[in-house]
Design a protein around this ligand. Structure first.
Ligand code: ADP
Ligand code: MG
Length: 323
């Protein structure tokens, strides 16, 4: 089983940023609204995620580290209407198979906190009492210590951290109501305070820059079960700010990119890819999120309809804001 975990780890755990992604998504799934991410040496030495979510009961600590045992998916029906971010039940198992992982947790209803430790392929998970406030902390040390081939692919500390920073930005834009702190080598690098939807522009300014937040056109459009909202900016130095979310999940979807580009090019001729932070919402049964193991891509059942809707919505907001 541990070997299977290590093979699966290849899909889930490419680099430190992929570990951060899985762990933070688990924290969000656990209802946390405060998450602290501590990184040392680009994540190679340490990745620590602390949250104030609902915690893991003592009896379930070991289970949480075993593959598929805990998948949030209960039936095929769920597969079509996935609302939680993690749904494969293998992230923790995969991560622990290529690191030294400590899981400490306390559900509010439990008197004491408990801690589980797993190291590499060694299946013996040890559980012991510990001190911990309500919520969960996961510490991942020495990533890839037992898989030298994969460790070789790690880039410099700076590069790996910049991937983590970018990932945390994308997460920060997916949930304005969650406070997130990111530290690197014990220094605070980002501090995203919790924001209400009305204060959303604050968060956008923090992530994508003040210029973007001030200059971008605001989109809000809905038709035929589709809803699009967010910010777009055709030019300026917004080139790095391209964020898309489908039903709250971050995506890098070709169809959406294409539609945004087309909206601009129909009006302005060829341009560089504009900056945008946009949220698309639609019936979950109209989209497959299962296309890619890392869940960055989606497939829309009515691709043409979605595409044309986005083109119209962007054109409307940017070029015909009065109508
Ligand atoms: P999945 O998210 O697909 O269920 P994971 O391997 O990512 O699988 O997590 C295994 C299980 O451990 C989750 O289903 C959840 O029950 C529990 N878990 C993991 N992280 C947390 C957390 N931060 N807070 C509460 N429970 C958690
Ligand atoms: Mg998960």
């Amino acid at each position: 089983a541990r070997l299977a975990n290590q093979i699966a780890a290849g899909e889930v755990v490419e680099r430190p940023a992929s570990v951060v992604k899985e762990l933070v998504e688990n924290s969000i799934d656990a209802g946390a609204n405060r998450i602290t991410i501590d990184i040392e040496r680009g994540g190679h030495k340490l990745i620590r995620i602390r949250d104030n979510g609902h915690g893991i009961a003592k009896d379930e600590l070991t289970l949480a580290l075993s593959r598929h045992a805990t998948s949030k998916l209960k039936s095929l029906d769920d597969l079509e209407c996935i609302s939680s971010l993690g749904f494969r039940g293998e992230a923790l198992a995969s991560i622990s198979s290529v690191s030294r992982l400590t899981l400490s947790s306390k559900p509010a209803a439990q008197e004491t906190a408990w801690q589980a430790f797993a190291e590499g392929r060694d299946m013996a998970v040890q559980v012991q009492p510990t001190a911990h406030p309500n919520g969960t902390t996961i510490e991942v040390k020495d990533l890839f210590f037992n898989t030298p081939a994969r460790r070789k692919f790690l880039r410099t500390e700076k590069t790996e951290f910049s991937h983590i920073d970018e990932l945390v930005k994308r997460i920060a834009l997916s949930r304005f109501d969650v406070a997130i702190t990111l530290t690197h080598n014990k220094k605070v690098v980002r501090q995203y305070r919790a924001r209400t939807p009305e204060q959303g522009t604050d968060r956008v300014a923090q992530v994508a820059g003040k210029t973007f937040a001030t200059d971008a056109a605001y989109i809000e459009s809905g038709a035929e079960g589709l809803k699009l909202y967010g910010w777009v900016l055709p030019c300026g130095d917004s080139g790095n700010s391209q964020y898309t979310y489908v039903n709250g999940r971050m995506m890098r979807d070709k169809l959406i990119l294409h539609a945004i580009r087309q909206a601009f090019e129909e009006q302005m001729g060829q341009i560089e890819l504009p900056g945008f932070v946009i949220y698309l919402e639609l019936d979950p049964r109209q989209v497959d999120v299962n296309v890619h193991p890392a869940k960055h891509e989606v497939r829309f059942h009515q691709a043409r309809l979605v595409h044309d809707f986005i083109v119209q919505a962007v054109k409307q907001a940017v070029f015909m804001p009065e109508q």
